[in-house]
Structure formats: structure tokens, C-alpha cells
Design a protein around this ligand. Structure first.
Ligand SMILES: [Fe+2]
Length: 272
């Protein structure tokens, strides 16, 4: 496995070292043999769009999954920070729901705006598509907790910056648990360090923690940044370039570049 980046997260008191691979924005576009000609043509078009590294996104993704499966020492889990499919379709959902459960390694898959959206269809709330990917998102795409004994990995759907009161309440409950948290999001938290580059690249700010957030998103952001939150690190995607910066003093947020560009970050989690 070739790692684009290699980082370490320190959590005091861990009894052993843990390893995670952090990916996002694979933008897989897939149509099944039984799908319509229209569905096949759309998958081909989107595959072409995101073929930016002389590889089809679906091939970049399956090569990554195959490489993980061949590792002598597999990671404790793969963190998928959203937009791993390019649009909602039965074909894309079937692709993930067939491939990921077959793996020996655990894939922790956070919802992104592309999981909840489509280029061909406009619906008011992407969460209507939850049932399609629920089997690979712990049964609850909005909020799923993965227990590693000494710490938790918590995946929260913050796509479209639409955090609900229920999600904020769930976050409060896991913080009460008291164990350190690795937080997996799609949309990163706004920080002074990433804001400038995002404005330069995209011309607009669309991070979590900007003025147009709903009240619950503001409460959620404040909670995560609070010194009492136990969030040791954040892993996100969405912005299509890699970034690392503090979201709170001494605590880092890592944003990944797209897997269609073959970006893979290895995360070692160890004690101090
Ligand atoms: Fe995104």
C-alpha cells in the first residue's frame, strides 16, 4: 500500500498502537448489467468526469480495497469520510453493500453530500436515501459509534451542514461516556487554517461552523471544540485537497484529498 500521508494521533494511556486508513471522495459511479442504458451512460459520464489520475474511480476504489485485503498486518479499520459514491443509485448502493461487508477489515463509512444526492433528481433532503446505504453505515447513517475499547470512532452525517438536534444529543451522550473520540465527518469544521485555502480554491466557504449554520449545527460545533469533548482528532473530506490543522488548541483535524487521486492517509493512534 502506498500512503500519501502518514500521521500520528496521541491518546494518553493507550495500551497498544492502532492503525487506520483514512480515505474520502472516491466518487464511484457504477451501473449493474441489469440497469437501464440511461443509468449506464450516466455512470460512464461520471466515471470520465472523475478520472483525473488516469484511473476510473471505481478501479481506484477496488484497487484500494484489494490492497487492504492483502496487507500482512491489516489496519484496525478504514475510515471513509463520505462522497465514496458519486450519486445515489441502486447500482452504486449495491456496489458498496456487496463489496464492503465481504471484507475482513472493518470499513467505517460516513455519509457525504454525494451519498444523499443525485445530479439527475432534486429532493429536499438527502436523508431520504438513508435506507440504501444503511447496511454499510451501522444501520444508522446519521450517527454511528464504533467501540475500540480504549476509544470510540464516531461517524456523523454533517453533509449539507444539516446537523439535527437528535445528532447533537447523541454527541452529548457519547461525550458523557468519557472515552476519547475519533470523529469522522464529511464536511470539515471551519478553522482559521483551512478557511483561507478553501476560499482560494472554491471561492466560497462551506465548512461546518460558518454563520449560516442552523442552531443545532452551531451547538454541535461548539460541543466538538469544547475542551471537555474528548474529541482527540477529526477526519473529514469534501474539499478535494488534503489539509491538516488544529480545530481546537492541540487537537488536529485531518482532511483527505480524493481517493480517485489515490490519496490514502495512514493514521497511527498511540499513547503518549
Ligand atoms: Fe462532498
Amino acid at each position: 500500500m502506498n500512503f500519501t500521508e502518514d500521521i500520528t494521533v496521541r491518546i494518553p494511556g493507550l495500551s497498544r498502537e492502532y492503525t487506520f486508513y483514512h480515505i474520502s471522495d472516491a466518487h464511484v459511479a457504477y451501473a449493474r448489467p441489469e440497469d437501464s442504458d440511461e443509468a449506464k451512460a450516466f455512470a460512464a459520464k461520471q466515471t470520465e468526469r472523475w478520472n483525473q489520475a488516469q484511473i476510473a474511480p471505481i478501479d481506484a476504489f477496488t484497487q484500494f480495497v484489494d490492497a487492504v485485503a492483502k496487507e500482512d498486518v491489516p489496519p484496525d479499520a478504514v475510515l471513509m469520510a463520505g462522497d465514496c459514491i458519486d450519486y445515489t443509485s441502486a447500482g452504486n448502493a449495491a456496489f458498496m453493500c456487496e463489496l464492503l461487508p465481504k471484507q475482513k477489515t472493518q470499513y467505517i463509512y460516513a455519509w457525504g453530500n454525494h451519498e444523499g444526492g443525485s445530479y439527475t433528481e432534486r429532493i429536499p433532503d438527502g436523508r431520504a436515501y438513508y435506507p440504501l446505504l444503511s447496511p454499510v453505515m451501522g444501520g444508522t447513517p446519521d450517527f454511528h459509534v464504533h467501540d475500540f475499547g480504549e476509544f470510540l470512532v464516531v461517524a456523523v452525517d454533517d453533509a449539507d451542514k444539516n446537523i439535527t438536534d437528535a445528532q447533537t444529543e447523541q454527541m452529548k451522550a457519547v461525550i458523557k461516556d468519557g472515552r476519547p473520540i475519533l470523529l469522522l465527518l464529511h464536511i470539515p469544521l471551519r478553522t482559521p487554517a483551512n478557511e483561507e485555502k478553501i476560499m482560494r480554491v472554491w471561492g466560497t466557504s462551506f465548512m461546518l461552523g460558518t454563520d449560516d449554520d442552523n442552531a443545532s449545527a452551531r451547538a454541535f460545533t461548539a460541543l466538538v471544540k469544547s475542551p471537555d469533548s474528548h474529541v482527540a482528532a477529526i477526519f473529514a473530506g469534501h474539499i478535494h485537497f488534503s489539509h491538516a490543522g488544529e480545530f481546537a488548541p492541540g487537537r488536529m483535524q485531518y482532511v483527505s484529498a480524493p481517493l480517485f487521486d489515490r490519496f490514502v492517509r495512514r493514521v497511527r493512534v498511540m499513547g503518549t
